[in-house]
Design a protein. Sequence first.
Length: 210
Amino acid sequence: MAEGHHHHPAAEAFDAIGADYETAFAGSAAHHASLGRLLERLAPHSAVLDVGSGTGRPTAQALAAAGHRVLGVDVSPVMVELASERVPGASFRCADIRELPLAEESFDAVCVYFSLLQMSRDEQRSLVCRLAGALKPGGHLVLATVPLDVEGVSAVFMGQEVRVTSFGPDAFRALVTGAGLSVVRAQETVFTPSHPGAVPEPHLFLDCRR
């Protein structure tokens, strides 16, 4: 367990949300399509890092079921416990990805589905650079975010107070290319989570390559 994770705002929010997150976002066709494209590109038994792995479904589950070696990292101990139960074929660690040492060129792919939004812009830039460095040459980075030009905005997400920071679509692409990655494909969509009070939210999925 990561030290001090209960003082981390994202950990507290996602501890409280727990399995409801999986239910709310299970219907995202764009997420499943993104995973499908990644699975088509991966060589057998690839090493994959899942950043902000949540309950383990659908990302870690789909990758592990296809025979890949998956490490999921999440700051929420509740999420890590849920994921370990749901996806025994993957490994999960409770840690803050911003502080976790990542060996250079150690992963064939990295998945980052909506796990940057509670980091500052500098932290997001720094992390994407580190994740790019953790990819083997030719490796794949899949990123999804809410592409809005907002910084430190208070929001209620699934009943929890959170602070959200993001980039508009062009600025987010620039962040990725600035990390030395090429964007192979971009998909913009609008998704309404299956949760009381949810509103439609824009989603941007980027398939990137080192």
